[in-house]
Write a protein that binds this ligand. Sequence first.
Ligand code: ZN
Length: 437
Amino acid sequence: MDNLTQQIFSENMLQYLNGSPTAYHAVENAAVMLRNHDFQELKETEKWSLHAGGKYFVVNNHSCIIAFTVGGGDLAQEGFRIIGAHTDSPGLKIKPGACMLTPDGYVKLNVEVYGSAILSTWFDRPLAMAGRVIVKQGGGLVERLVKIDKPVCMIPNLCIHFNRDSNTNCSYNKQTDILPLLSMKEEGMEKGDYLFELIQKETGIEKTDILDYELFLYEYQKGIFMGPNEEFISASRIDNLCMVYAGLSALLESEEDGKKCKVFAAFDHEEVGSASAQGAYSDFLPHTLERISKNLGLTDDACFQAIANSTSISADTAHAVHPNYSDKHDSESCPVLCGGPVIKYSASQRYSTNAFSAAYFMEACRRAQVPYQKYVNRNDIVGGSTIGPALSSLTTIPTVDIGTPVLAMHSIREFGAVVDNFYAKEAFRAYYEDKEA
Ligand code: ZN
């Protein structure tokens, strides 16, 4: 394995993570990467004219993206090679009616919990703010991405003197305990003004033009490589932007003269169940596959053939065995950091892997000369899920659930190994290329 290649990939991946505090920014930065590699943006609302050898992408809601390349082979016979991931991460979303004034003179932000975040990790950290606003412009409505990359608020812990159980029995009320402190009340200022004033000051967008917003808080401190040999990565949103970056990089790097149609899809709202117009349970992917097929001149019957000849990978981070809690894993299924991507199994179909889909991923790893590991939950622990069940059930395409092993999943700062993401990218590339190394 070329160390310099691996280092460049890892540094770019960290830059992508740090530069993408929300799903909107993850998609925006993915689009930049795609345009830099001559991918053409398609609009769902416009006519498409696809051709063999073409490279395209289409965005939905600015938080979900499908990129694809059209191979030179017979699509009905060759099918699609699909990799899917998700753009969202658990965290805190600013509610409508954002600002609250307390009798003590504090200005607090009213927030709601998005997904299953580990709330304790959000305390005592400088937090920044990002997302999008909808503004009036030229008689229409326009979306503007917003990133206030400054430490603008903080959720202070209650001191141990007022909570002697801090280290033994700590729980948080989601409604009252996690509201960040934004500012001190100023004379004459209405509570509704604070957030809009801040947006206007930091972005130049006139506060009177802002009709609505979707804003999230994120950790101001950036992700870093760490460990004696910088073998680890400590960052926000490792779940699942590492897999987005690895999948996208594989699509961009894989050779262009293949026969198959290569597809990369990144959905929003996985952390809240995937049921939205931008989520994996939407028809966005099935519609797009059908539209590609028909645009290339396939008959209805040939479209069904193309789907039946397709395979897919659901890429999402996996549970590495914890150094202090190894009993949380099945004793025969303990993936470790630096051990390569993890194939995830679940008899109850919380992961979509079956023997066939696992086998084609194992073959991709063999061709890429990277290691892989296997994971199945303990019978007495339910565990998480992924976009895999949505992807496989909606499209009827075989799907393997895999991901790089991480610790502290859903913490504000997650923890992984640098090499695993490179291994995953190499495996994805081999999957797309379908040839011996
Ligand atoms: Zn995830």
